[in-house]
Design a protein around this ligand. Structure first.
Ligand SMILES: Nc1ncnc2c1ncn2[C@@H]1O[C@H](COP(=O)(O)OP(=O)(O)O)[C@@H](O)[C@H]1O
Ligand SMILES: CC(=O)N[C@@H](CCC(=O)OP(=O)(O)O)C(=O)O
Length: 294
């Protein structure tokens, strides 16, 4: 038995009293592009997810792939810009985003789980019309003119309606759904959706008991860069308004708030690079990362 398998067994031994809590429950895991790391770390993630499935929990994976899209754009010599953690996505960009997310990354993540002994099937939000999307519309106050302006991010979408039927069919067949955050408009247009936002919408539609957001920082850090173990929705909103929650952390925190408002019991932002982060979060008293609560 490898050292890693021994570690996994040790966590599970400690987890026994908690197992019943998640039996038959849906746990949505957002697997961020930064959390994926090297192959060994992705395989370890796959083993944890396969184990959850075998233990009777119903994991649903929504993955990101921002760094992987960046790497492909670099190869193609295409520049990319972000506004508030969202990629400005023109027609050429949306093709690359779909190719990387629904193609390479989606199949890699599903493969890591399948190699660990569960059956995982990779789909995107377009399959079965899982994520009906519309163009994201946001306004902002222009600091120069002080006028309210519309933010145009091109083909960046937001979920308008989630039809979880295809995911529920996979769960009923004991298959782990692995979902790429690409949505489809009423007119068939493909939209690039931030993976955090997609995960929150799916967790809400599935009435999940937990949403775990795996990233590459220990959780939400305060202005002094210290980990905040627990914060209320109001505190999280204040962090965004005050600016110490910024960039890619904004969609993450907003997603947790949304998921809680939809009835998800707990939303946690946690460091996915820590070995067995998912098991530790679900099955230990202290958990890890930042829990956002009402
Ligand atoms: N208050 C904060 N606490 C932690 N991270 C923060 C905070 N504000 C901004 N960030 C940034 O958010 C990033 C996480 O978002 P992102 O890179 O989009 O992750 P992912 O690829 O996992 O979705 C962190 O690496 C960090 O640079
Ligand atoms: C609109 C938007 O920004 N979409 C993201 C989708 C991928 C993503 O969110 O990946 P991570 O979770 O790894 O950051 C993007 O284009 O990068």
């Amino acid at each position: 038995m490898t050292q890693d398998a021994r570690n996994q067994m040790e966590i599970l031994a400690a987890a026994l009293p908690f197992l019943k809590r998640y039996d038959e429950q849906i746990v949505v895991v957002k697997y961020g592009g930064h959390a994926m790391g090297e192959e060994e770390s992705a395989l370890r993630f796959g083993r944890d997810i396969a184990l959850l499935e075998q233990m009777g929990v119903n994991p649903v994976i929504v993955h990101g792939g921002g760094p992987q899209i960046n790497a492909m754009l670099k190869r193609l010599n295409v520049q990319s810009t972000f506004v508030n953690g969202l990629r400005v996505t023109d027609a050429q960009m949306v093709d690359v985003v779909e190719m990387v997310l629904s193609g390479t990354v989606n199949k890699q993540v599903a493969d890591c789980i399948t190699r660990a002994g569960a059956i995982a099937v990779g789909i995107s939000g377009k399959d079965g019309r899982l994520i009906r999307a519309k163009k994201l519309t946001r306004t902002y106050r222009d600091p120069d003119s002080n006028l309210e302006k519309v933010l145009d991010l091109g083909f960046v979408g937001e979920p308008e309606y989630v039809d979880p039927q295809v995911v529920e069919l996979l769960i009923a067949a004991d298959i782990v759904p692995v979902i790429a955050p690409v949505g489809v408009g009423a007119d068939g247009q493909t939209y690039n959706i931030n993976a955090d936002t997609a995960a929150g919408a799916i967790a809400g539609a599935l009435n999940a008991s937990r949403l775990l957001m795996l990233t590459d920082v220990p959780g939400v850090l305060d202005a002094g860069r210290t980990l905040i173990p627990e914060m209320t929705v109001a505190e999280a909103r204040a962090g965004i308004a005050e600016g110490w929650i910024s960039g890619g952390m904004i969609p993450k925190v907003e997603t947790c708030i949304y998921a809680i408002e939809q009835g998800v019991k707990g939303a946690v932002i946690v460091d996915g690079r820590v070995p067995h982060a998912v098991l530790i979060e679900l099955f230990t008293n202290g958990g890890a990362g930042t829990l956002i609560r009402p």
